[in-house]
Design a protein around this ligand. Structure first.
Ligand SMILES: [Zn+2]
Length: 235
């Protein structure tokens, strides 16, 4: 890519020249429609705008009459576009998908109470899962939000001490049971007052609400939950 600065070595000139040629003949394509991507290296502006922005409390959270979070909000419905993007983020080694979508979330929610949090707390993966994937997808989303809100991402406060089975086929009660006791705080003396938990998909909320309860018990004054997507009630 051309930066406008003078290049210092012939090797850099050659690299830049080759990169321009590659971009010309093989421009980055949108992962959804396959057209040349103008917005991000993986997503064109048209497809980004086709994702159903939602920016409210998820339908499923309404089922909880009482829960330990101050508020729960999700950016998108889990439609075919977001499903594809979440798949790229989680299984195709594309952490930047999370960061770009996180920036979008940050802009949409910048005036909400969650943006006044002291830290962003991405839901941790078990170390084995983390090693397999190479990164934590929720931390990628959190980094994007952090760029806009200027709030630090805290990845050392909470650890996942149990590698839980996949939640996909479990109902609400089974999910709650499956996740109970799966997280531990590392140092509760340093717990910040206002915390925003970040996750990729809010389904029944078993995971994020378990963490919210743990943070409350440990003295957090405000706990917000913000996720990338949530299914529609009929999904
Ligand atoms: Zn597209």
């Amino acid at each position: 890519m051309r930066t406008g600065k003078p290049l210092s070595s012939p090797a850099q000139k050659i690299t830049s020249f080759l990169s321009a040629i590659t971009d010309f003949f093989f421009p980055p394509l949108c992962c959804i429609c396959g057209k040349v991507s103008d917005k991000y290296p993986f997503l064109c502006a048209e497809c980004l705008h086709s994702c159903t922005e939602f920016a409210e409390a998820p339908d499923t959270a309404m089922l909880h009459t009482e829960h330990p979070a101050d508020d729960v909000a999700c950016m998108y419905y889990f439609d075919e576009y977001i499903q594809k993007l979440v798949h790229l983020l989680k299984y195709q080694d594309m952490p930047f998908v999370g960061e770009c979508l996180g920036e979008r979330i940050g802009r949409v929610f910048r005036d909400k109470p969650a943006a006044g949090s002291d830290i962003l707390l991405p839901v941790p993966l078990h170390p084995l899962r983390r090693r397999e994937r190479g990164y934590n997808q929720s931390a990628c989303i959190a980094r994007g939000i952090a760029k806009i809100w200027k709030v630090p991402v805290e990845t050392r406060l909470l650890k996942r001490c149990r590698n839980t089975q996949s939640q996909t086929r479990l109902n609400r009660e089974e999910r709650q049971k499956n996740i109970r006791g799966a997280f531990q705080l590392r140092n509760i003396k340093k717990i910040p007052e206002r915390i925003c938990i970040i996750d990729d998909v809010f389904t029944t909320g078993a995971t994020t609400l378990e963490i919210a309860g743990l943070l409350r018990e440990s003295g957090a004054k405000q706990v917000h939950i913000l996720t990338l997507a949530t299914p529609r009630k009929d999904q």
